[in-house]
Design a protein around this ligand. Structure first.
Ligand code: KIV
Length: 273
């Protein structure tokens, strides 16, 4: 099956309302983390609903060992490029490390990300961010929260590790998800958590969840374009190279979208328990 989507619906820009309606209808949507105009244009053509200009660009594009060195200027440069290439997908722009540590910083930097062409900002962290999420939301800035393995905290975690395996920690992540939802978050990324925790969170909150290494039961999946295209030297367990079977780049994006929508991806080998 080739995913072409509902062309009439896809002709209209994707909004937070589109994604909320998909959650209510039990219809999965597709997210790709990408960083430049040609890939953004290809994602639009294939019908990818959400593109994330992630601070993963520190590793995938700029050659850093983590997302910590990424600056606002680098994020703005790539968000502008993605926006030039794609006018239909909903664009999420990451706020990089230490650019939202206070509410004042968060407002200033979120406004820059939105002016660069994003439709939503993403920030990493739990209940400590609830006031920031509420403040941004009240000022008209949609927010995507991010829980589980939040890579900006890699030094605090002692490495890129699965989060929420112990019951107490799982309960805390679930509680964080509820508090961020109550504060006005519109989407939630769940990264590298056990599949059963991601399922419990997805069922407990009204906003759509986007999983990466979080099992099959989130409302959407996200993968980084470098992983989809087999550009990563030591890919993480949750990644899959779709280029091998598809043969070309648009085909790889289509196969990823098809496999998520039909429930073929993620497979058992991509899931943490
Ligand atoms: O920066 C990024 O690309 C991300 C995704 C991996 C979720 O945060």
């Amino acid at each position: 099956m080739v995913y072409v989507g509902n062309t009439e619906a896809l002709a209209k820009p994707i909004t937070i309302n589109t994604l909320a309606a998909k959650k209510r209808a039990g219809e999965k949507f597709i997210t790709v983390a990408l960083y430049d105009a040609p890939m953004a244009a290809m994602a639009e053509k294939v019908g990818v609903e959400v593109v994330l200009v992630g601070d993963s660009l520190g590793m995938t594009v700029l050659g850093y060992p983590s997302t910590i060195p990424v600056t606002m200027e680098q994020m703005i440069y790539h968000i502008e490029a993605v926006h030039r290439g794609n006018k239909r997908s909903l664009i999420i722009g990451d706020l990089p490390f230490m650019t939202y540590a206070t509410e004042e910083q968060a407002l200033h930097n979120a406004a820059r990300v939105m002016r660069a062409g994003a439709n939503m900002v993403k920030l990493e962290g739990g209940a400590w961010l609830a006031n920031t999420v509420r403040m941004l939301s009240e000022r008209g800035i949609p927010v995507c929260a991010h829980l589980g393995l939040t890579p900006q905290s890699v030094n605090k975690f002692g490495g890129f590790r699965v989060q929420g395996r112990a019951q107490e920690h799982a309960d805390q992540i679930l509680d964080d998800a509820k508090r961020l939802t109550d504060a006005g978050a519109d989407l939630l990324v769940l990264e590298c958590v056990p599949a059963k925790l991601a399922k419990a969170i997805t069922e407990a909150i009204a906003i759509p969840t986007i999983g990466i290494g979080a099992g099959r039961d989130t409302d959407a999946q996200v993968l980084v374009i470098n992983d989809i295209l087999g550009l990563t030297e030591s890919p993480p367990k949750f990644a899959k190279n779709f280029l091998i079977e598809a043969g070309d780049i648009p085909g790889a994006l289509r196969k990823y979208a098809d496999d998520v929508k039909s429930g073929v991806f993620p497979e058992d080998s991509h899931i943490f328990n």
